[in-house]
Design a protein. Structure first.
Length: 463
């Protein structure tokens, strides 16, 4: 989203003279949430849900297009590879697929990210994750392409240990020093009698061992709701209070208000507060933010987010507004429209800039999926196939050990997640697909049977 925001001033060229005279809204502050990780976790846990059908889809690619003043331009994309029955969960708090280290919503094996860097678009970074036999995450490794476009190399690594009941015990942070992984820090977790996290402590690795750095404590009410989060910094001799989140809940145990404060000069000072509303949904449909003004010593309106719920019970339109001091009213600045497939997963989202009566295209997200099945469901195993030649120039041949199902479809996706070729095949153990007209680069070849079984997922290089 940051690149999109940087491109916004170019849209002023098409606005009216009256609109240009009024200062542009602060889009970054309106769209980007200031919540702590603890608050995001509360909201996301409220919305976590799984479909009840055996057949599911998981994200394999996404692409972001941003308006550059005249047309939509590819800005950011990513590909995701899976090797087991793990999936992905869309985050209705952020309205995004979170693939960063701290999130377990996407359980891919590896990812590759491509971004716009000046005039060039190419590979910039990626990640890979390992799991144990119970599909529990064991490590998360970040990869970097330096300079952009060069092969990915390992940079940092997080490794996880668990208690006997499966709760996270320790996270170790490592950095690659030459060819050796050096431990740089660790985070330990302790839990209360209800098995909810009660304390997190971050340590830095020093010559003599471990040194405390940060601590976070969690307090809960009788219903198990997280009512307070306290953050501390190590002063060298003890823990010093730094910040805190205070939360209230409605009758349905949904987050109602969140207030963030910082400890400054021996006193607690307000920073911001948020209120949330719900429309018979697990995710919020209303969020109003206020910021504390130290001069007037009162809360001032800041931003407003409103979500319209579609027939499928999911947000189909999200409206962002900021407070206008001139009119003493909310001014709408951004609209995002969402579209879903039959499995209630987002296929694309369009962002529209709204300013002084003008509406202009701002960004577009596209999402691409593959079918998979839950681990406990009896399913046909993925067949063994040989793909040749690879690299290829004009076509590739796929040869299976066993015949495919009667109705199987071959797909070719580029590194932006766009489908560039599709071919239906019958029951066969050999098929060809043309790469003619495609630019040289990395492509993904996939074969999916009519019942949703993922028969093949393989990288192909076009010379």
């Amino acid at each position: 989203m940051q690149k999109t925001i940087l491109l916004l001033p170019l849209t002023l060229l098409t606005l009216s003279a009256t609109a240009q005279q009024k200062s542009m809204p602060d889009y970054k502050r309106v769209v980007k949430k200031h919540w702590s990780a603890a608050t995001k976790n509360i909201l996301q846990q409220q919305t976590a849900h799984n479909k009840t059908t055996a057949a599911k889809q998981r994200l394999t690619a996404r692409a972001l297009y941003a308006f550059d003043g005249s047309a939509m331009q590819l800005n950011d994309s990513a590909n995701y590879i899976y090797s087991s029955d793990r999936g992905s969960v869309f985050n209705h708090t952020d309205m995004f697929y979170n693939d960063y280290e701290g999130s377990t919503e996407m359980q891919f094996d590896s990812s590759a990210h491509y971004r716009l860097n000046g005039p060039d678009f190419g590979l910039t970074d990626g990640s890979k994750i390992s799991y144990n036999s119970s599909n529990v995450r064991q490590s998360y490794t970040t990869l970097s392409s330096t300079p952009p476009g060069s092969p990915l190399k390992e940079i940092t690594d997080n490794r996880y240990t668990y208690n006997s009941n499966g709760t996270l015990n320790t996270t170790y942070s490592l950095q690659l020093n030459g060819s050796v992984w050096d431990t740089a820090g660790k985070t330990t977790y302790s839990y209360n009698a209800q098995n909810k996290v009660a304390e997190e402590v971050v340590y830095n690795k020093i010559t003599m061992g471990w040194e405390e750095a940060l601590k976070t404590t969690y307090t809960y009410d009788g219903a198990g709701n997280n009512t307070e989060v306290m953050g501390y910094e190590w002063s060298g001799s003890g823990w010093a209070e730094n910040w805190k989140d205070s939360n209230t809940y409605n009758a349905n145990n949904k987050l109602s208000t969140n207030t963030y404060m910082e400890y400054t000069g021996g006193v607690w000072e307000n920073v911001y507060t948020d209120s949330f509303g719900y429309s018979s949904t697990d995710y919020y449909t209303y969020n109003m933010s206020k910021e504390w003004n130290t001069d007037s010593v009162k809360w001032l309106y800041s931003s407003l987010e409103e979500r319209h719920v579609g027939a499928n019970g999911l947000p189909d339109s999200v409206y962002y507004s900021q407070w206008d001091e001139d009119t003493q009213d909310w001014m709408r600045v951004l609209i995002s429209d969402w579209h879903y497939n039959s499995n209630d997963l987002p296929t694309n989202a369009n962002g529209i800039l709204s300013f002084m009566g003008a509406e202009l295209p701002l960004f577009q997200f596209n999402y691409y999926y593959e079918y998979y099945f839950d681990a406990g469901v009896n399913k046909r195993a993925r067949t063994t196939a040989a793909i040749y030649p690879n690299p290829a120039t004009d076509k590739v041949t796929i040869e299976w050990k066993d015949k495919t199902a009667d109705r199987t479809t071959l797909y070719v996706f580029n590194n932006m997640g766009q489908m560039v070729a599709q071919q239906n095949i019958g029951a066969t153990n050999k098929a060809e697909i043309s790469l003619t007209g495609m630019q040289p680069g990395v492509y993904w070849l996939k074969a999916i049977a009519a019942d949703g079984t993922n028969v093949l997922a393989q990288q192909v290089i076009k010379q």
